[in-house]
Design a protein around this ligand. Structure first.
Ligand code: ADP
Ligand code: ZN
Ligand code: MG
Length: 475
């Protein structure tokens, strides 16, 4: 029997607000434990939460970017449970009446678009962090993260493969970064994903029993955890067994999932509306204002790059994967150079260096204008394409102007016929056997001679001229 997987993702995105969702404490990451706390986020009796307007705006912005319906009336609920990282013994979240409902994210499957529908987006506060250190006979609690705003984005069970799941995550992350509501850092936990997965015989309409997977802090791990889990579930069913509804943890070392808790142990959260917070009314004016501040979104940018600049879909997707990278590219183009040439330099050279150094476009010392200047120097024949790569590497390391580097290092292309001719004659004289073979029909030796000329001139000879003169001399 053939089985297919059914997957739905619950993604938690930490909002990039300066302050927490219900108090004025800083959301800064990595500070001294418990230095960013106050009576509200410590859950002290008598303290009252006040909603951060920015968090609401960010959720609306996200809803608009993801094609959701924005609620005109939304409210907060208490999700009750006991855990040492939760000082109030309840988390302020949303239950009925979330801030956004519906919407979708479009991903590409086998080069065809596929819509993954969204159930809802709601706001909630993050919990603190328990620190267990084997050196100590006790655990520590850091409440700096308590009350940091989170947005939970829940998808419908529309995803069918681990690849689709990671495509969905990547697309979501790109959009959240475009609209600047979340930095999308999965390793630091600013973007977290719980994956729900079940399997069913192909053709069956009803869903199978689902398992919830946690603890995947990269796209790769989301895929790996799902691959393992789908295989595990299919094997159980094929052996005549039953899937137990449970939560399982992914272990990156073994690439396996392990049972954490079963449904019997699942929480009953006793949700109820939080009496400390008034319901939020969202009017059209506020929605319109946020809508008008939305940037051009990735899909639109990709199609514009393809039509306006004649880029391939592949190139356009890479350049539009980051709003700042796309902007950098367009600045190079605005300097008047060929867009395809600019795209090639950015994708093959600049991104290669940045990836190697684990950096992003904002870290490059090169200015768009400087890359444009370099490209013009090649077009004018001042330097060869090959030398240009050396110059570019130097630009990447120093941020210096390309013409300054070329002058300083004496890299100007030799385009003077006499000098090239003289070098060629020397090389032909030094390799009489090869000349003989060439004349007997081994024309591919032209490359050998050209290579020798380049070696002697340290790559500075104009390659076209070298080829032309070589052919002439050898005929
Ligand atoms: P729960 O009540 O356990 O929180 P929900 O119905 O709220 O479950 O769904 C949580 C997530 O699980 C959603 O992303 C949803 O798309 C997904 N989901 C629901 N049922 C299934 C299923 N049978 N198989 C896979 N995913 C599912
Ligand atoms: Zn606080
Ligand atoms: Mg649910």
């Amino acid at each position: 029997m053939q089985y297919e997987a059914v997957i739905g993702l619950e993604v938690h995105a930490q909002l990039s607000t300066n302050t927490k969702i219900f108090c004025r404490c800083s959301t800064n990451f990595g500070s001294e434990p418990n230095s960013q706390t106050c009576p509200v986020c410590l859950g002290l009796p008598g303290s009252l939460p006040v909603l951060n307007k920015k968090a609401v705006e960010f959720a609306i912005k996200t809803g608009l970017a993801l094609n959701s319906r924005i609620a005109s009336y939304t409210r907060f609920a208490r999700k009750n449970y006991f855990y040492p990282d939760l000082p109030k013994n309840y988390q302020i979240s949303q239950y009925e009446l979330p801030i956004c409902e519906g919407g979708y994210i479009e991903i590409s499957v086998d080069e065809k678009p596929k819509r993954i529908n969204l159930t809802r987006i709601h706001l909630e506060e993050d919990a603190g962090k328990n620190i267990h250190d084997a050196k100590n006979p006790f655990s520590l609690v850091d409440l700096n993260r308590t009350g940091v705003p989170l947005m939970e984005i829940v998808s419908e069970p529309d995803i069918r493969t681990p690849q689709e799941a990671s495509e969905y995550m990547k697309k979501l992350r790109t959009i959240l970064r475009y609209i600047e509501v979340c930095d999308g850092n999965m390793e630091q936990g600013s973007l977290r994903c719980d994956a729900n997965v079940s399997v069913r015989p192909v053709g069956q309409k009803e869903f199978g029993v689902k398992v919830e997977l946690k603890n995947m802090n990269s796209f790769k791990y989301v895929e790996k955890a799902l691959e393992y889990e789908i295989k595990r579930q299919i094997e159980i069913l094929q052996d005549g067994g039953k899937i137990i509804q449970e939560t399982r943890l992914f272990d990156a070392n073994s690439s396996r999932t392990y049972s954490m808790r079963s449904k019997e142990e699942a929480h009953d959260y006793r949700y109820f509306p939080d009496p400390d917070l008034v319901p939020v009314i969202i009017n059209d004016e506020m929605i319109q204002e946020i809508m008008s501040g939305l940037p051009e979104l990735p899909d639109k940018k990709i199609s514009r790059f393809i039509t306006d600049y004649n880029l391939t879909n592949y190139d356009a997707e890479i350049l539009a994967s980051d709003k700042y990278l796309a902007g950098w590219f367009e600045e190079v183009v605005r300097c008047g150079v060929n867009p395809k040439t600019a795209a090639n330099w950015i994708i093959n050279e600049l991104l290669k260096f940045l990836n190697e150094d684990d950096k992003t476009i904002s870290d490059t010392p090169i200015k768009p204008q400087q890359l444009a200047n370099l490209i013009r120097m090649i077009e004018k024949g001042v330097i060869s394409g090959k030398i240009a790569k050396t110059v570019f590497h130097e630009m990447y390391q120093t941020g210096n102007e390309p013409d300054a580097i070329v002058t300083q290092k004496g890299l100007v292309q030799i385009s003077d016929t006499e000098t090239i001719q003289k070098t060629i004659d020397e090389i032909l004289a030094a390799n009489p056997k090869e000349v003989e073979r060439y004349k007997n029909g081994e024309t591919k030796l032209l490359g050998f001679f050209a290579g020798q000329v380049m070696k002697v001139t340290k790559g500075k000879a104009n390659p076209q001229m070298v080829n032309e003169i070589l052919k002439k001399r050898l005929s």
